[in-house]
Design a protein around this ligand. Structure first.
Ligand SMILES: Nc1ncnc2c1ncn2[C@@H]1O[C@H](COP(=O)(O)OP(=O)(O)O)[C@@H](O)[C@H]1O
Ligand SMILES: O=c1ccn([C@@H]2O[C@H](COP(=O)(O)OP(=O)(O)O)[C@@H](O)[C@H]2O)c(=O)[nH]1
Length: 240
């Protein structure tokens, strides 16, 4: 009997920055990062090509900086630098467990990480390396969710996997509304139309236009990443 095959050959995994905190109040929780690396290793071992976009909310969020009087664009550049720190921490943890990870930045900081060059990223993926896209889109007023949609489309990923603090898309923010119900699937138009806060409208619209489906699932649920990759019932599918 042949073992079941993964449903996707190439994926873009978006990791929420805040999820990296684990139970800590801020920063990067080592145990959490090790667990995430183990889950990524499982899907790499299935032969899936994995690119990752990581957030920075555990370290700095541009909106928060802007709200206390900072110039918003400056605050956003700080947020992008925060994603570089998370990317370095994640790649370091991956390289220590035997995976080969490469960080590519959307903003030039050549002494720290190599710049994002699309053909190079594609080459790494074909070689079975994990590519971590740092610094979001490289532009202020965007989010790493939009960076995930953008890079996902650029590298021809078959799906964007959004690993987050909640286990799917709800009819309202489940952290605020205890009566919110979870969707097993929802269309981009409905997600945008209902203004669902799980992802920003720019990210949804880009994925919709590029016909790139999104799966939203919990980063805290053991084995969830593998189940999504195997095409099993997990989280919420957002589709055209
Ligand atoms: N309709 C919704 N369904 C699910 N989660 C939602 C919804 N609206 C808002 N949220 C919130 O969106 C958050 C997504 O988390 P995260 O990926 O960290 O987002 P961000 O990129 O804004 O940090 C969750 O913590 C959840 O409380
Ligand atoms: O293309 C981008 C991506 C990110 N950011 C900044 O980086 C911060 C961290 O990213 P995000 O909030 O998406 O991280 P997450 O919510 O996933 O932790 C954002 O608040 C923005 O300030 C940005 O300006 N442009």
């Amino acid at each position: 009997m042949t073992s079941p095959k993964p449903a996707y050959k190439r994926i873009l995994l978006k990791l929420s920055g805040e999820a990296l905190m684990g139970d800590d109040a801020f920063g990067i929780n080592r145990a959490t990062i090790v667990r995430i690396v183990d889950e990524v290793t499982e899907v790499i071992n299935l032969g899936v090509e994995v690119a990752i976009v990581i957030g920075g909310g555990n370290i700095f969020r541009g909106v928060a900086g802007g709200s206390v009087g900072m110039d918003r664009a400056t605050a956003d550049y700080m947020g992008m630098l925060a994603t570089v720190m998370n990317s370095l921490a994640l790649a370091d943890a991956m390289n220590k467990t035997g995976l080969t990870a490469r960080v590519m930045s959307a903003i030039a900081i050549d002494q720290v990480v190599e710049p994002y060059v699309r053909p190079k990223a594609l080459q790494y993926l074909e070689e079975g390396k994990v590519v971590v896209f740092a610094a979001g889109t490289g532009n202020p007023f965007f989010t790493t969710d939009t960076a995930a949609a953008l890079r996902g489309a650029e590298i021809g990923a078959e799906m964007v996997l959004k690993a987050t603090k909640v286990d799917g898309v709800y009819s309202a923010d489940p952290k605020k509304d205890p009566n919110a119900t979870r969707y097993t699937e929802i269309s981009f138009d409905d997600a945008i139309g209902q203004n669902l806060g799980i992802m920003d409208a720019t990210a949804f619209a880009l994925c919709r236009d590029q016909k790139l489906p999104i799966k939203v699932f919990s980063i805290f649920k053991n084995g969830a990443l593998k189940r999504v990759v195997m095409g099993e019932d997990e989280g919420t599918l957002v589709h055209a």
